[in-house]
Ligand binder design. Structure first.
Ligand SMILES: [Zn+2]
Length: 65
């Protein structure tokens, strides 16, 4: 799904488990430790899905835009 890809891009902020440095890279710029995603994208997916559920349920809302 395209929207999911975009969502991942936005929330790709990662955190070094060693020194807590936030970065967008897969490795910490300070200590080269492998970074982790503190808030996996899937946690924000339910909100997005709710929007699509609404659109699917009321297609006329989308049509009148
Ligand atoms: Zn680090």
């Amino acid at each position: 799904m395209r929207v999911h890809d975009r969502e991942e891009e936005v929330t790709m902020l990662k955190r070094c488990p060693k020194d807590g440095t936030y970065t967008l890279t897969a490795a910490c710029p300070k200590c080269s430790e492998k970074t982790l995603t503190p808030h996996p994208p899937k946690y924000s997916v339910p909100d997005k899905l709710a929007v699509y559920r609404r659109k699917a349920k009321y297609p006329e809302l989308e049509a009148t835009k």
